[in-house]
Design a protein around this ligand. Structure first.
Ligand SMILES: [Zn+2]
Length: 330
């Protein structure tokens, strides 16, 4: 159950409308903390870290804590796995997959998109299914790419396209269903595209995507318990936010792409850059054999997976991983 705080504990700093980010009165970390997102116009406030919430009534008067009857938590909505499976085709018309196959070996691409459950929508756009730790499909993020692998148009969701009005989306990491199949160190990037590229070229790690700069809430990160985790934020102001989260959650953080002259440069760009400058578009080029990759490997301190356990406390053995992944794909 969410904790609820009184609306008048929020410091508005003279604002009367719009959206502000302020320290959360429940899990406050200090003056500059912006975990609590307050929509003043709508009279709603929610903390992305501890998920505490508050709201004002329709007359805009304060609701006292005793009078607040929290809505019962809505159950998370899921898609049938059969539905997901039906989208895992038509890759000849999927620009993202075509882009990958231009740069990487066909088999590598096929294996990776199958493992991560990347699908194709009826409109031939790319569907990045979010399958949770327990193998349940939360929804699919739908994006379109041009032939150079750059995003075009806007981002939407499968449940939005299908106009499922009561759908309650609760996002998980992209690639989360792979956590219990491997004891590889986990690296988290922002974009799904980067997770796929890194998974193809840097397979010593399990790559997950947060889906954006704000995708590291406490509830979402629970599945990372007992694991060695390194964050790879994009080269922009998200770095500072993620640095704070890394400290709070006991994760490492990489500054490999930080300070690059291109704003928004990410690890996917870094990998593509290494590939295209070292050996012009040679899909057989093994990035992990290449000297420069030592930067990344050194940085994550250890290249060897440590002992790790699933959420039930059972040890995860490396040898399990490939067999399990294959089983999941049946
Ligand atoms: Zn909070």
């Amino acid at each position: 159950m969410n904790k609820i705080f009184e609306w008048n504990t929020i410091d508005f700093k003279g604002k009367s409308h719009g959206q502000i980010h302020v320290p959360c009165p429940i899990c406050k970390k200090g003056k500059t903390d912006g975990a609590l997102s307050v929509n003043i116009s709508e009279g709603k406030a929610i903390c992305h870290r501890c998920e505490s919430l508050s709201f004002r009534d329709s007359k805009s008067s304060l609701v006292s804590i005793e009078d607040i009857k929290p809505l019962p938590p809505r159950p998370i909505s899921f898609f049938e796995i059969d539905y997901v499976s039906r989208t895992l085709k038509n890759y000849d018309n999927n620009s993202f997959v075509k882009f990958l196959k231009y740069y990487f070996l066909e088999d590598e691409v096929d294996n990776t998109i199958n493992k991560y459950r990347v699908g194709t929508s009826k409109q031939s756009t790319t569907v990045f299914w979010q399958i949770d730790y327990y193998g349940k499909a939360r929804s699919g993020k739908v994006m379109n790419y041009d032939s150079t692998g750059h995003r075009t148009g806007y981002t939407t969701w499968v449940h939005s396209i299908l106009k499922l009005s009561d759908f309650n989306l609760s996002q998980c990491f992209f690639g989360e269903h792979l956590i219990s199949t491997t004891n590889k160190p986990i690296n988290i990037v922002e974009s799904e595209k980067t997770a796929i590229i890194c998974s193809i070229k840097l397979p010593k790690y399990l790559w997950l995507a947060s889906g954006g700069g704000t995708g590291l809430s406490d509830s979402k990160c629970k599945v990372l318990k007992n694991r060695k985790v390194t964050l790879y934020p994009d080269n922009d102001k998200v770095y500072d936010k993620w640095k704070k989260r890394a400290d709070e959650l006991g994760f490492d953080i990489s500054n490999l792409v930080k300070g690059n002259e291109t704003k928004g440069y990410d690890l996917g760009d870094w990998v593509m850059h290494k590939i295209s400058t070292v050996k012009k578009y040679d899909p057989t080029f093994d990035l992990e054999d290449y000297e420069i990759c030592k930067e990344l490997i050194l940085e994550s301190k250890t290249n060897e997976p440590k002992d790790c356990y699933d959420l039930n406390g059972n040890p995860i053995a490396q040898s399990q991983s490939d067999a399990l992944i294959r089983l999941m794909m049946l």
